[in-house]
Design a protein around this ligand. Structure first.
Ligand SMILES: [Zn+2]
Length: 474
């Protein structure tokens, strides 16, 4: 059972599938296409991600609610663009005997907004900011892939309602900050794009998206933020009495954060050929203590290891691996596979010196620490691991970008599992031709930095209007 037999950058799919099963993240063998079983470690990590995000949402005044799983066909069809975007992707419950069919939520606009209409009477009811962490369901027609492209999607969705377009814009910036804070804690390397018009959320004025890099070169969209303008408020009659007494139509935003995709990004970006490398904040086991037995000193070593456990577990999720049927080497191997951020080795020398040998998972470096300094040192190492993962991953993201001056260039860059930066006229025909001939999608303009084109569209030769990034995508 060797993960290293399938290398992360050489054969990503095999590496990933092998790892998620062995590290007890998920079992992809559930016999219905696109549905996955999350095992204890996958479930734990996703819960930690969810907690991190929900704390940020609560801090910024979002209220948790739970809405129904289903909507009616009639409600679902109110917003014309939205229905065009999703109608082929929904699961339908046929109740039979002439009763109305039910639509299972692919996202919850059409479920929440009829209620928003009842709740909002005047400007005093605004802003309204609600969220829920639930599964949504989409009948993916493309090939499904565990965690990345599934039909049951664990996510968090937030929906907000505002008096004015500027309040909605402010909300977009808040959502961006929230998602950035969470993704940074997880060390995820990503770029924020404004999606081209043809690829925005169905019914939105514009959409922003976080694309995380992946070892196989296909970007992984982990979160999106949409300015809905008045489009949905018109369709669902979300009106209110304005400050001047007149009636107005509300402005809305919504944003979604995919838990299984973020879990995939953590595994794919940080993992190595030994297994998972987990950011401390999400690791099910943060510190593992491994006794190195020595004939005649078993008792002292075990007692000292227990004492270290007592100390370390005051602050960290700690396991003392005292299994007697396997060797210390096998334990090292096991906990490297599981991605425990810190390993403490305790043998006769450590007992004699009243010290511990501490190894960090991200760089595999080992250091000797005295017992009295252990608490401070672990704290410092955890911070350093978190910072290193982020720095390493962001550096990787940026190193994947290459400028392309022709379709041929784009093709070559994508073949190298990289991301192409091009100048583009903005026409969907050129984007489609690029997709057909080079196999990559126009992901959009950078939102976090301004880039201005200076030459022609690399496809048609007319003046370019945008600097955009082209990548293959999940
Ligand atoms: Zn063009």
């Amino acid at each position: 059972m060797s993960v290293s037999a399938t290398k992360k950058f050489e054969n990503f799919s095999a590496w990933f599938d092998d790892l998620i099963l062995k590290a007890r993240i998920a079992d992809n063998r559930f016999p219905v296409k696109g549905f996955v079983v999350y095992m204890e470690n996958g479930a734990f990590i996703m819960d930690q991600i969810k907690n991190l995000l929900e704390q940020e949402l609560e801090k910024t005044g979002h209220k948790r609610m739970y809405f129904p799983l289903v909507t009616s066909e009639d409600l679902f069809r109110r917003e014309a663009e939205h229905i065009k975007g999703f109608s082929k992707e929904v699961f339908v419950i046929d109740q039979g005997s002439g009763e109305q069919k039910l639509i299972i939520r692919p996202t919850s606009e059409t479920i929440m907004y009829p209620m928003f209409r009842l709740w909002i009477r005047s400007h005093a009811d605004l802003p309204l900011k609600v969220y829920q962490s639930v599964n949504v369901y989409r009948r993916e027609t493309k090939a499904t892939r565990a965690l990345y492209r599934v039909r049951e999607i664990p996510w968090n969705e937030a929906h907000t309602v505002h008096e004015s377009p500027s309040d909605a814009e402010k909300q977009i910036r808040e959502a961006l900050e929230i998602y950035q804070r969470v993704l940074r804690r997880l060390g995820i390397g990503y770029m924020i794009f404004k999606r081209p018009d043809f690829d925005k959320f169905a019914g939105a004025v514009y959409s922003l998206a976080f694309d995380a890099w992946n070892p196989d070169g296909k970007v992984n969209q982990v979160a999106t933020i949409h300015n809905l303008g008045k489009n949905f408020a018109k369709a669902y009659e979300i009106e209110f009495e304005k400050r001047d007494g007149s009636r107005g139509i509300a402005y809305q935003t919504c944003y979604g954060f995919g838990f299984s995709r973020v879990l995939a990004a953590i595994i794919a970006q940080h993992g190595d050929d030994r297994g998972l490398v987990l950011p401390p904040i999400v690791a099910p086991v943060q510190v593992v203590i491994i006794p190195i037995p020595f004939k005649g000193q078993e008792k002292q070593i075990y007692e000292y290891a227990s004492k270290i456990k007592e100390e370390v577990s005051k602050k960290w999720r700690t396991v003392l691996d005292d299994r007697e049927d396997i060797t210390p080497g096998e334990k090292f191997y096991h906990w490297e596979l599981m991605g425990a951020p810190i390993r403490i080795e305790v043998g006769p020398r450590e007992v004699a010196e009243y010290s511990a040998t501490v190894a960090r998972r991200d760089t595999l470096e080992r250091i000797k620490v005295s017992f009295n300094e252990l608490g401070d040192k672990i704290e410092e190492l955890m911070k350093s691991i978190e910072a290193n993962l982020l720095e390493r991953s962001q550096r990787m993201m940026m190193s994947l970008i290459s400028d392309a001056g022709s379709i041929e260039d784009v093709k070559k860059i994508l073949k190298e599992r990289r991301i192409a930066r091009i100048e583009w006229c903005g026409d969907i025909e050129c984007a489609e031709r690029l997709k057909e001939e080079a196999g990559g999608e126009v992901r959009g303009e950078r939102y976090d930095i301004a880039e201005t084109p200076s030459g022609p569209c690399i496809v048609c030769g007319r003046d370019a209007k945008f600097v955009v990034y082209v990548a293959r995508a999940y």
